[in-house]
Design a protein around this ligand. Sequence first.
Ligand SMILES: Nc1ncnc2c1ncn2[C@@H]1O[C@H](COP(=O)(O)OP(=O)(O)OP(=O)(O)O)[C@@H](O)[C@H]1O
Ligand SMILES: [Mg+2]
Length: 251
Amino acid sequence: MLSVQNLCKYYGSTPALVNINLDVHMGEHVVLIGSSGSGKSTLLRCINYLEEPDDGRIWLDGQYIGGHIDQANQWVKDQPSELAHKRRDIGMVFQGFHLFAHLKIIDNVAIGPRRVLKKSKATSRELARYLLDKVHLGKHADKYPWQLSGGEQQRVAIARALAMNPKLMLFDEPTSALDPRLTHEVFQVVQELANEGITMMIVTHEIKFAQKIADTIVFMEKGEIVEVETVQKIFSDPQDERTQKFLSYVL
Ligand SMILES: Nc1ncnc2c1ncn2[C@@H]1O[C@H](COP(=O)(O)OP(=O)(O)OP(=O)(O)O)[C@@H](O)[C@H]1O
Ligand SMILES: [Mg+2]
């Protein structure tokens, strides 16, 4: 489904990602772990082209994001409209929820299908209601974001991302602004989506949740992928010394 190929990203002369290669299969749930500054957010942000990589390619379900290879075998950058079109295939949920404060919950979810996918108002709202039910917020459809808890707002953000019918969902520390109970509510919804077979990559420091949801764990350090392993293997028998050290702190 996703193939990250020789991806590099620099901020000035500081390398944030160094030659990242990673494949994610359809329906796979990948959790990225690693200490602060290891490049986890940068990797997600480059995958959906919120940040343009300095080198390397992102391939998603049959096409490259950010450009294509022409008949002369040259890389041609996407026009902004082409890139925007491709980026719809990737849903992203951040630590902050970034909801539209002046819109009701239902309209926060319906606005993407309505404005971007050009669906009718009725169809967009019907879809929004369906998705709000899915994240257990059906009752709150007519409230405004400020009337919801942080965990509820984050679930609205998840519904909003799902409304674009993405092929891949990216979660960057979706619960780090939430207390344990609200964290549980959000993780429950993410787990339900995982059970439905949605392909996802999740950055989290919540190791227990990672163990539960992940098929595959990616451990990063200093902009590099150190180890990619099944969840069973990495926690019971990490191969690289750096992974062993990191896990000894968090387990
Ligand atoms: N916009 C930016 N400008 C300059 N440097 C940046 C920028 N974003 C990230 N970096 C640097 O890139 C490196 C990777 O950062 P990144 O945010 O990807 O780490 P992370 O693994 O997500 O960390 P955390 O667990 O704290 O969220 C860090 O050294 C960081 O300081
Ligand atoms: Mg981060």
